[in-house]
Design a protein around this ligand. Structure first.
Ligand SMILES: [Zn+2]
Length: 108
């Protein structure tokens, strides 16, 4: 567990940043869904942004789920094991991609 302390902190940092970002997106979405500006040009921009915000929101929630899953694996002691072959995932890979579930061999 101690060898993953840094990764644990990194995951928590990422989660906090992501939650802030999702909050901003949620605020933005509420604004786009609210009464549209009377200005028609503004309206067009707001309508154009809505799908982008939706996509950002969806990918953000996926990422959040990945981070939470990694934290669960950390507390359960399964972290760092490839879900495909069961081998240890190299620590360098985990540092680069803390949410990785598989070793590089199984990913490709
Ligand atoms: Zn593997």
């Amino acid at each position: 567990m101690s060898e993953f302390r840094e990764i644990h902190n990194e995951l928590k940092r990422r989660r906090a940043a992501l939650e802030r970002r999702l909050q901003l997106i949620a605020d933005d979405m509420r604004r786009t869904q609210g009464p549209l500006d009377a200005d028609s040009e503004e309206q067009a921009i707001e309508l154009e942004n809505a799908p982008v915000l939706d996509a950002l929101d969806a990918s953000g929630h996926d990422e959040l789920a990945e981070i939470n899953a990694a934290l669960v694996r950390l507390s359960g002691g399964e972290f760092g094991e490839c879900s495909e072959c069961g081998e240890d995932i190299p620590i360098d890979r985990l540092h680069a991609m803390p949410t990785a579930r598989t070793c590089a061999t199984c990913t490709t």
